[in-house]
Design a protein around this ligand. Structure first.
Ligand SMILES: [Zn+2]
Length: 520
């Protein structure tokens, strides 16, 4: 407790603004070279250009669909900003995108286009597909292509509602703990589950129209892990790829849809653990794409060309889970020791379970055999049933303990890895680059981690700007970023175990974001 307080105090005093608060009027990067196609802009007019590039990698996965990096370059007066979306799991740390990617792309864009590094935002959709090795060069290339194609645009904002494709993956259990829905381990028994966390059905949409009224780009923000996969298990951009394709195929030629992953840390695609039919991201993506298309029809674009970008590097408290790890090791030992010998093995257990489910009254034999027994004054079959039922229960108890161990050991391994990383780093804080930006009436906050949905909902609710949208997975990767409440469950689920942040991070982050939003 005392340690947590001192951490909080330390983190509070060292929060600093590393990037100056850049506003459109104060920024003066080297303007990019105007090409013959770039029409002259009126004062205050926002210019935008888009491009996409294939970044599909050749990994061990079977071929699937195309993974893209997409760029939206914005310019107003001398101020520029770049939004890049990549179909990748994260910007560094995990997956094929290396830790030097962000710095490399930013340096390339400063050198070639004169765009200040802090004005480049890169969001990973968090799909689990494999991207090409030269994704950094391809990203620089796609931004340059977008910058060459800038035209005057009008902006419009809208919100759609999509609740058919996602669910919260944290299950609330009878014992007050939480477990999460993963393929990495078994779920708790159904009768242990009493509820689940919330979702955010809001789809945030920015529409950019050209002077002729045709749509140039759609930026859409939605919170859900893109991990459904393809029926054949191929490399895929997941539902995000299908949603964007649905949108693009129904807009004017060349229009691009750019997906920005929201606070999807604890949000899964619906039926993620279905074992009865192949898991398929396509229908989910189509539903989301249609929701965006429907919403686009009601968005009216105006000349609001405001372009503002605030950047802050927040110093946040790092978790120290040494004691929690020791507790979990004890729990692990207790569970292993609780396994009891049973007369059954898998071969005898399975048919018995079927028999005792099929006919609970006369499971061991025909009904008349029980009658014969009774008529002769015996109850041997009933005694056999009693013994079998006890043996089935003991065997199931062992299985449930084993399932609990699969969860505990998987999460314990995550905790140990992050504890080790903390010791290696030799610091009790973590730096997180946070952006708050505005394009016309589109307001967004970004964070590098896998932010869980309640934090996104909190920021949206507290923001003075309606609507405000929130993105995780942006400009770096800080693992899962759950609420302080969720962090009371350390070791129980991925979001609280695959995490480097101490609980106090949430309030520090939300408070700082509120200040940033008030200045936007
Ligand atoms: Zn994730």
């Amino acid at each position: 407790m005392r340690r947590e307080f001192s951490l909080l105090l330390k983190a509070s005093v060292v929060i600093f603004i590393a990037g100056v608060a850049w506003s459109a009027t104060r920024m003066s990067p080297t303007p990019i070279e105007a090409t013959a196609e770039t029409p002259a802009a009126k004062p205050g007019q926002l210019l935008a250009g888009v491009a996409r590039i294939d970044i599909t990698g050749k990994g061990d996965l079977p071929p699937g669909d195309t993974l893209y990096a997409k760029a939206l370059v914005l310019k107003q007066g001398d101020a520029m900003a770049v939004i890049v979306t990549v179909d990748a799991v994260a910007i560094g740390e995990i997956g094929p995108i290396r830790n030097d990617y962000l710095a490399k792309v930013r340096a390339g864009l400063t050198k070639d286009l004169g765009i200040a590094p802090e004005r480049v935002m890169i969001n990973a959709s968090h799909c689990h597909g494999i991207v090409c090795a030269d994704v950094d060069e391809k990203t620089i290339q796609v931004v340059k292509e977008a910058a060459k194609a800038m035209v005057p645009v009008r902006t419009g904002v809208g919100t759609g509602l999509e609740n058919r494709v996602q669910e919260n993956r944290r299950l609330k259990l009878k014992n007050g703990r939480e477990a999460d829905v993963r393929h990495a381990y078994s779920l708790p028994a159904d009768d242990e589950v009493v509820g689940m966390g919330p979702i955010d059905p809001q789809v945030g949409i920015l529409r950019l129209d050209k002077a002729d009224g045709k749509t140039l780009a759609v930026v859409y923000n939605f919170a859900c892990h893109p991990i459904m996969g393809l029926p054949g298990g191929g490399n895929t951009a997941d539902y995000v790829g299908y949603a964007s394709k649905t949108i693009e195929n129904n807009l004017s030629d060349g229009a691009l849809a750019l997906f920005i992953q929201g606070c999807g840390g604890d949000i899964n695609p619906l039926r993620y653990k279905d074992v009865n039919q192949p898991r398929d991201a396509e229908p989910l993506g189509n539903l989301l794409g249609l929701t965006v298309l429907k919403t686009l029809r009601s968005i009216v674009c105006t000349d609001d060309g405001r372009l503002t970008l605030l950047r802050q590097v927040m110093r946040l408290p790092r978790a120290d889970n040494k004691e929690r790890i020791e507790d979990l090791e004890q729990e692990q030992e207790r569970l292993v020791k609780s396994l009891r010998g049973t007369t059954l093995n898998l071969k005898t257990f399975l048919p018995l379970v079927v028999k005792y489910q099929l006919d609970p009254n006369f499971p061991a034999n025909y009904s008349h055999a029980y009658m014969s027994d009774k008529a002769a004054g015996r109850n041997n079959l009933e005694k056999l049933d009693e013994a079998n039922r006890a043996a089935i229960k003991s065997y199931i108890d062992n299985i449930l303990t084993m399932e609990q161990l699969t969860r505990l050991q998987t999460n314990l391994a995550l905790l140990r890895r992050h504890q080790e990383a903390g010791l290696k780093a030799g610091t009790d804080t973590l730096d997180a680059e946070v952006l708050a930006w505005r394009i016309g009436n589109f307001v967004m906050v970004t964070f590098p981690g896998e932010v869980t949905v309640e934090i996104g909902l909190n920021i949206k609710k507290a923001s003075p700007h309606k609507p405000t949208f929130v993105a995780g997975y942006t400009n770096g990767y800080l693992y899962y970023s759950p609420t302080a409440e969720q962090l009371k469950n350390i070791g129980g689920a991925q979001e609280d175990s695959d995490c480097r942040l101490a609980p106090a991070w949430q309030k520090l982050f939300e408070d700082q974001v509120a200040v940033m939003l008030s200045r936007l």
